[in-house]
Design a protein around this ligand. Structure first.
Ligand code: NDP
Length: 324
C-alpha cells in the first residue's frame, strides 16, 4: 500500500469535482474515485440553463467534462473505478480505509459525494422490462423510441424535461402524474404544455407494466387514484422520472443517515459523525438538489477537510493499534 492520501473523494458529480478542484488548489493532491460513469446524474441531462456563468446554457456532459478538466489542471488524480468498501476511523486523526475491489487506499480525510440515483416505481414488470421499453433516462434512450407512443411517469422538473426532449422523437408523449397539480416549476410546465404532441393524464398511478409477444413493453396498466378506475394504455416506451434516492449504501452503518438514507451532517457544515469524513451534494441534500448547490457544498467539504487536516494531528499506525 502506498503512503496515506490526504484526501480521498468518492463520487464525481458537481459536488465531487468541486471538492477536487478546491483540495487540489489547496495542494492536498486529492485522489478522486469517480466511478465508471463519471459525472453523476448531469451526464444524463440535456441543457443546463440555470448554472450561473453560462448565459447560453451548457449541456450536462459538457459541464462535467469542464469541471473534471479544471480539477485535473490543479493536480487532482482521477481513478475511473468504483469504491467497493470503506472502513472509517472513529477517532480524530485516525486513518480511513477505502477499497476498490482488492486495492486498498488509506486517507486522513474522506469526502463522500456519491450523489443520488433514479427512484423506481416498484410495480410488477418494471425490472423485467428495464432496457426493453422501460427507461430512467430519456436523454440516453430517446433515439430508440422514434415514432412511438411513450409515457413519462412523474410531475416534477425531470418529468417535464424528459417529456420535452422525448417529444422530438416520439409520436406522442403522455405525462402521467399521480396528482392534478404538478411539482414542476412554472417555466418547465408551460414549456411542456406548449409542446403539441405532449398530453397529460392525471391523477393516475402505474399499477403494472406489461409485455407483448416479443417480451418487450407493450402496455401499462394505470389506476385513477380518485375514482379507482383502471385502464390499460398502449405504450412501447415508459420513462420513469419520479425523483431520486441517495447512493449511501457504501457507508450505511458507518456514518449517520436519515430515515431516507441521506447522510446527516453537523449543522451548516459538511462534517459527518466520523471525524475527518465529510459529505456533500445530493447524498446529503434532498431539498435543493441543484448542480450549483451541489458544487457549493463540494467547496464547503473541501474547506472543512483542509481545516481538519490543519488542526488535527495524524495518529500513527502504532497509536491506532494501541487504541484498538
Ligand atoms: P421531484 O422530487 O421534484 O419530483 C418527483 C415527481 O415524481 C413528483 O411529481 C412526485 O409526485 C412524483 N412521484 C414520486 N414518487 C412517485 C411514485 N412512486 N409514483 C408516481 N409518482 C411519483 O424530482 P425531479 O427529479 O423531478 O427533480 C429533482 C430536482 O431537480 C428538483 O429540485 C428539480 O427542480 C431539479 N431539476 C431541475 C431541472 C431544470 O431546472 N432544468 C431539470 C430536472 C430536475 P408528488 O409531487 O405527488 O410527490
Amino acid at each position: 500500500m502506498s503512503a496515506p492520501e490526504k484526501v480521498i473523494i468518492i463520487g464525481s458529480g458537481p459536488a465531487g469535482y468541486t471538492a477536487a478542484l478546491y483540495t487540489a488548489r489547496g495542494e492536498l493532491e486529492p485522489l478522486v474515485i469517480e466511478g465508471f460513469a463519471w459525472g453523476g446524474l448531469l451526464q444524463q441531462t440535456t441543457d443546463v440553463e440555470n448554472f450561473p456563468g453560462y448565459p447560453h446554457g451548457v449541456t450536462g456532459p459538457e459541464m462535467m467534462r469542464e469541471l473534471r478538466d479544471q480539477a485535473e489542471r490543479f493536480g487532482a488524480r482521477m481513478l475511473t473505478d468504483q469504491a467497493t468498501r470503506v472502513e472509517l476511523a472513529s477517532d480524530p486523526g485516525g486513518l480511513h480505509h477505502v477499497w476498490v475491489d482488492d486495492d486498498e487506499y488509506e486517507a486522513r480525510t474522506v469526502i463522500l459525494a456519491m450523489g443520488a440515483e433514479h427512484k423506481k416505481l416498484g410495480v410488477p414488470g418494471e425490472d423485467a422490462l428495464a432496457g426493453r421499453g422501460v427507461s430512467y433516462c430519456a436523454t440516453c434512450d430517446a433515439a430508440f423510441f422514434k415514432d412511438r407512443d411513450s409515457l413519462i411517469i412523474g410531475g416534477g422538473d425531470s418529468a417535464m424535461e424528459e417529456a420535452i426532449f422525448l417529444a422530438k422523437f416520439s409520436t406522442t408523449v403522455t405525462i402521467v402524474n399521480r396528482r392534478d397539480e404538478f411539482r414542476a416549476s412554472r417555466i418547465m410546465l408551460d414549456r411542456a404544455r406548449a409542446t403539441s404532441n405532449i398530453e397529460f393524464l392525471t391523477p393516475y398511478v402505474v399499477e403494472a407494466l406489461l409485455p407483448g409477444e416479443t417480451s418487450a413493453l407493450e402496455r401499462a396498466r394505470l389506476r385513477n387514484v380518485e375514482s379507482g378506475e383502471e385502464r390499460e394504455i398502449a405504450a412501447t416506451g415508459v420513462f420513469v422520472a419520479i425523483g431520486h434516492e441517495p447512493k449511501s449504501e457504501l457507508v450505511r452503518g458507518m456514518v449517520d443517515l436519515d430515515a431516507n438514507g441521506y447522510v446527516l451532517v453537523d449543522g451548516r457544515s459538511t462534517r459527518t459523525n466520523r471525524p475527518g469524513v465529510f459529505a456533500a451534494g445530493d447524498l446529503v441534500d434532498h431539498t435543493y438538489r441543484q448542480a450549483v448547490t451541489a458544487a457549493g457544498t463540494g467547496c464547503q467539504a473541501a474547506l472543512d477537510a483542509e481545516w481538519y487536516l490543519r488542526d488535527t494531528p495524524a495518529v500513527t499506525a502504532t497509536q491506532q493499534k494501541q487504541a484498538a
